[in-house]
Design a protein around this ligand. Structure first.
Ligand code: ADP
Ligand code: MG
Length: 555
């Protein structure tokens, strides 16, 4: 229809908007990064579609993003010449939440709220909550869009962020999208020319499309028009010798979506220019901390470009699974632009090109074994036998006391620290045992104290990936790994357990009676030292840690 229609936001959007509009936050400026990134995505899509679709509307339209600050109207406008949106698309895209980062942010905020905390809205910058973040600064947003699709009509979307939005006919003659932000009284600073330039430079400098600035003062005079604010060059095409570590760290922010917490700077980078067998540039980073989505199916992998155009936002075929923590991009001169996932797999040349970078990449991470993301290193032991051989000796985990370290003198005096598998092996004079330790549930330290006190070395396997690691790596150099949290532990008796058998049996019977539908069995344990009781998993069944992981993965 061509009439104006009122819609209600989906429940999660309303919740997000309430959070965004009613809280105080220090990082409001990220709204501009989000809108510019949407504009840039829309331009990429248009460029991409225009390559194959000769009938695409305004096929030769110049790709650009225009930011206009109108002091007279108090309106900040972000306009692009991208693919635009149809009426159906606009109602769907700007009425629901599809972006996984946004949903995660919502989940976290909800969890904080439920546990009685005030949600930390400053996390917003970390997650990138997309379009809706503009309601941090605007009390009304008008979007006008004309889709590049054949036969599409211009549409207008409007909302004050209060639970509903309207969609109706709009006015636009060329394809693209205009977003008008009617700035809140306390957000008028975002009309300031220097402020806008600063934000764009900080977050969007490497957006490959030009971002042009126009400023109109409150008397209607144009102060600036068409000034390009960003670099708009492909950073990775610059020769490595011209770039400093600071430059790379700056670009890393762009790779990570514009936000990197202090201390999370990359541990290293690899900038490759290859000419054979295929011509490509790869810029790979080892993140400063394991990415949060590491074990999720839709995790973010390397970006794939073909001649400076994004052809795949996240391509997990470029690196072997055990290097899944690596972030960055590959830009190929030889790939067809309409490359599909299937084609990429079959493309005989790309595996070879990929193979050369992971090899160098793992050597790059081996160079700093003490600082590399540990769980991801250990994840290497769960893949193909060939890569297991390569990655096992470099895997790191924590272990109990290291006083009898025979081969490698301690470099720190901390009682437990990260050790490589190969280093810790000479110590394993008795069978090693594994234990899910601290991080997830806070289990009492006493849990592991008996095996440890009996001289067994306990490895703390607290990361999700460890479940797979211990399954695939059931032994190492002849030492068997046994879980201290699962089933019966065959540890020799000691004096502590020579108690009155009758009294213990009575206590067990009473416990069984009280816990009848809560636990499967109650047994006398040999594994405890300082605590009275502990919960263990059924041997053979799923460990509780694994259950937790599977539950998490399903969410
Ligand atoms: P994300 O960009 O992560 O998908 P956003 O909330 O930023 O999430 O945007 C939601 C969707 O709205 C986008 O995926 C896109 O389909 C659409 N969209 C937003 N801005 C534009 C734009 N300027 N041009 C075309 N589509 C847009
Ligand atoms: Mg977005």
């Amino acid at each position: 229809t061509s009439r104006e229609e009122k819609h209600e936001f989906k429940a999660e959007v309303s919740a997000l908007l309430r959070l965004v509009t009613n809280s105080l936050y220090t990082n409001r400026e990220i709204f501009l990064r989000e809108l510019v990134s949407n504009a840039s995505d829309a331009l990429d899509k248009a460029r991409f579609q225009g390559l194959t679709d000769t009938k695409l509307r305004d096929r030769h339209e110049k790709p650009q993003i225009k930011v206009t600050a109108d002091h007279g109207r108090g309106v900040l406008t972000i306009e692009d010449t991208g693919v635009g949106m149809t009426r159906d698309e606009i109602a769907l895209n700007l009425g629901t939440i599809a972006h996984s980062g946004t949903l995660k942010f919502m989940e976290q905020a909800r969890a904080q709220q439920e546990s009685g905390q005030k949600p930390d809205v400053n996390l917003i910058g970390q997650f990138g909550v997309g379009f809706y973040s503009a309601f941090m600064v605007a009390d009304r947003i008008d979007v006008t869009s004309l889709s590049a699709a054949e036969g599409a009509e211009p549409v207008h979307w409007s909302s004050t962020g209060d639970g509903t939005f309207s969609v109706g006919p709009g006015e636009r003659t060329t394809r693209g999208t205009t977003i008008e932000l009617h700035l809140k009284a306390e957000a008028k600073e975002f009309l300031d020319r220097w402020k806008i330039e600063g934000i764009i430079k900080r977050y969007s400098n490497y957006v490959v499309h030009p971002i042009l600035l126009k400023v109109v003062d409150d008397k209607g005079n144009t102060e600036v028009d068409g000034k390009q604010v960003n670099d708009a060059t492909a950073f990775w095409m610059r020769p490595a010798r011209e770039l400093t570590d600071a430059d790379y760290n700056e670009f890393y922010k762009h790779v990570m979506g514009g936000f990197v917490l202090p201390g999370d700077e990359p541990l290293g980078h690899l900038h490759l220019h290859a000419d054979a067998p295929i011509q490509f540039v790869a810029l790979l980073y080892i993140p400063g901390k394991p990415p949060a989505d590491l074990f999720q199916e839709d995790r973010k992998a390397l970006q794939l470009y073909a001649r400076r155009v994004v052809v795949m936002e996240s391509c997990d075929k470029l690196l072997p699974g055990y290097l899944r923590f690596v972030r960055g991009l590959v830009d190929s001169e030889d790939l067809p632009l309409n490359v599909s996932r299937e084609m990429l797999q079959e493309h005989s040349r790309s595996p070879r090109s990929a193979a050369s970078s992971p090899a160098r990449c793992s050597s790059c991470s081996r160079a700093s074994p003490r600082t590399s993301p540990r769980p991801t290193r250990r994840s290497g032991t769960t893949t193909a036998p060939s890569s297991r051989r390569a990655s096992t000796p470099t895997a790191r985990t924590t272990t109990t006391s290291s006083s009898c370290c025979a081969t490698a003198p301690p470099r720190t005096t901390r009682p437990s620290r990260w050790r490589s598998t190969s280093r810790r092996c000479p110590r394993a004079s008795r069978p090693s045992t594994t234990s899910p330790a601290s991080r997830w549930p806070r289990w009492p330290a006493a849990r592991t104290s008996r095996p440890a006190a009996r001289g067994y070395q306990v490895l703390y396997m607290a990361d999700p990936i460890d479940e797979w690691v211990v399954q695939d790596l059931s032994e190492y150099k002849g030492k068997k790994l046994i879980s201290v949290t699962q089933g019966d532990l065959d540890i020799p008796e000691d004096d502590q357990h020579k108690h009155d058998a009758g009294a213990i049996a009575a206590a067990v019977d009473k416990s069984k009676e009280l816990l009848t539908d809560k636990v499967k069995d109650v047994r006398v344990s040999k594994r405890l030292r300082e605590s009275a009781a502990c919960l263990v998993d059924d041997s053979g069944g799923l460990s509780r840690n694994m259950e937790r992981i599977l539950k998490m993965a399903r969410q």
